[in-house]
Design a protein around this ligand. Structure first.
Ligand code: BTN
Length: 251
């Protein structure tokens, strides 16, 4: 027991030294384990990223998945992603680093990615059965161990702070923050999540290109809607809402 300050998250913790992907295991366990169960591993052999990419998961990082059972319509899942990004960002700021959120859910320090979030759902007829929040944090990993293709745009908490962190106390704070934001989401206080998300955002105010499977939208990121979508003001002065996609900044 690590002295958690939560009442829901981490009631059950399933730990592995090495797995293929904690998200895959969490999906398998979701039916049998209670809401709030954490699946965590020291390393992942097949860590998964968004849009089918792989995710490098070296020892020293924090690789875990949270099983949630919010009973929400499928369209609310985008909000859960913002909830998770905000919680990670707040926990990192508690360590004294200037973490900010890049829409939809990358956490950056000094413009470099330190955390990625992969939200996966099991849904039946537009109603969510469970949500798996997969959170990957480059905590105590060395930048020189990163692959060439991610080295340039990625960082770790250790590299930014100049010393390794105590992962257990960080995870404790992170689960506490996540539970607080999740409660706000469940009790109709999502607008509070949105306003805090915006205040810690790296994206709002920037010129972006957002790619979805069906279109590419270019313009200035101007806000987040109450359904959790990114609001873009295009060059033709049209406002477009995008619920999910890949975001690139335009220099
Ligand atoms: C991204 O592409 O930015 C999302 C990366 C998500 C990685 C985490 S690590 C724990 C969990 N298990 C996985 O296989 N992926 C997520």
């Amino acid at each position: 027991k690590i002295g958690l300050e939560t009442s829901l998250l981490g009631k059950e913790i399933v730990y592995y030294d090495e797995v293929e992907s904690t998200n895959s295991i969490a999906k398998e366990l979701a039916g049998k384990y209670p809401e709030g169960t954490i699946v965590i591993a020291e390393t992942q052999k097949k860590g998964r990223g968004r849009m089918g990419s792989d995710w490098l998961s070296l020892p020293g990082g924090i690789w875990f998945s949270v099983i949630l059972k919010p009973s929400i319509p499928l369209e609310y899942v985008a909000k859960m992603t913002l909830v998770a990004g905000l919680a990670v960002t707040k926990a990192m700021r508690d360590l004294g680093v200037d973490a900010r959120i890049k829409w939809p859910n990358d956490v950056l320090i000094n413009g470099k990615k330190v955390c990625g979030i992969l939200t996966e759902v099991d849904a039946e007829v537009e109603q969510v059965e469970h949500v798996i929040l997969g959170i990957g944090i480059n905590a105590n990993v060395r930048l020189n161990e990163f692959r060439e293709d991610i080295k340039e745009n990625s960082t770790s908490i250790e590299a930014e702070l100049g010393e390794p962190i105590d992962r257990i106390s960080f995870i404790k704070d992170l689960l506490f923050q996540l539970e607080q934001e999740y409660i706000k989401f469940k009790t109709q206080q999502f607008s509070n999540v949105v306003s805090e998300w915006i205040s810690l955002s790296d994206t709002i105010g920037k010129k972006v290109t957002v790619t979805t499977p069906t279109k590419i939208t270019e313009g200035k990121a101007v806000g987040i809607t109450d359904r959790g979508a990114l609001l873009i003001l295009t060059d033709n002065n049209v406002k477009e809402e995008i619920i999910a996609g890949r975001c690139r900044y335009i220099k």
